[in-house]
Design a protein around this ligand. Structure first.
Ligand code: UDP
Length: 242
């Protein structure tokens, strides 16, 4: 499959792919002996990257920046371009785990609060009995833990890695360690997805997702996010006045 078209949104590339195309691309990535970095981009990422040059670099050098956020679809349309659909990280984790079970790709879950990765691994194994969990570890993105974590992952033989340290830390962590991970072929920043898998957090009802209101539901459930979510109107404004 050809590399997908990247649509620059406020200077950040967002790839015009569907969920199915994403899985096809990942099949190809698994055949190439290097780490492929995937980011699940939303308007908060794009706004954070405006003032965080290191994060911008991470997104510019990632193999795939998925359109996880309805605001990106609107922004692309405003530019006269098309992002075909949202590719939410919280759905991709299931699709990838399913594919990993079919293809025997060992999966490592890194991050989230203590115990969450283990429980998420348990839930995924119940759902996909053939899934091979290479390992789980909460750890933290702190520099002093870096080498220990990389060693654990390399020793586990993981081919796929989900990193749940929240953006931008998880994505910077992957970029920093791409060169050190010897067995991983695909590394995905998954945000709060492990919390969703364990049921600690609940995604918006389908109607709200279909109406493009998942962000509003998240604000309602996790109101402490309001400051971070000010990025949304700022994003809308920047896209409209450009
Ligand atoms: N998290 C972590 N270590 C940190 C910061 C965050 O393990 O130093 C985890 C947190 O427990 C959660 C995940 O990162 O499971 C994602 O956090 P958040 O919901 O803020 O990320 P978002 O989905 O907004 O990217």
């Amino acid at each position: 499959m050809l590399p997908p078209e990247a649509i620059p949104i406020l200077g950040i590339p967002v790839h015009a792919v569907t969920m199915d195309e994403t899985l096809t691309l990942i099949e190809g990535y698994m055949l190439e002996p290097r780490v492929h970095q995937i980011a699940t981009v939303n308007p908060e990422f794009v706004m954070a990257a405006q003032s965080d040059a290191a994060f911008r670099h991470t997104l510019l050098t990632a193999d795939l920046c998925l359109p996880d956020g309805v605001g990106l679809l609107y922004a692309a349309r405003r530019l006269g371009r098309t992002l075909p659909e949202r590719v939410p990280g919280s759905e991709l984790v299931y699709r990838l785990a399913e594919r990993a079970a079919e293809r025997n790709w060992p999966l490592f879950l890194l991050g989230a609060a203590p115990g969450v990765a283990e429980e998420a691994a348990q839930r995924l194994s119940e759902r996909y009995p053939d899934l091979r969990i290479a390992g789980t570890h909460a750890g933290s993105p702190a520099a002093e833990e870096n080498d220990d974590i990389v060693q654990r992952i390399n020793a586990s033989g993981a081919a796929q890695l989900f990193v749940a340290y929240g953006a931008p830390n998880q994505d910077k962590w992957i970029e920093r360690n791409r060169i050190n991970l010897t067995t991983v072929r695909v590394a995905l920043g998954v945000g709060g997805s492990l919390d969703f898998i364990t049921g600690r957090a609940v995604r918006a009802p389908q109607w709200a997702q279909d109406a493009g209101l998942e962000w509003l539901y998240r604000l309602y459930k996790e109101p402490w996010r309001w400051r971070r979510m000010l990025a949304l109107p700022r994003f809308g404004w920047r896209v409209l006045v450009r």
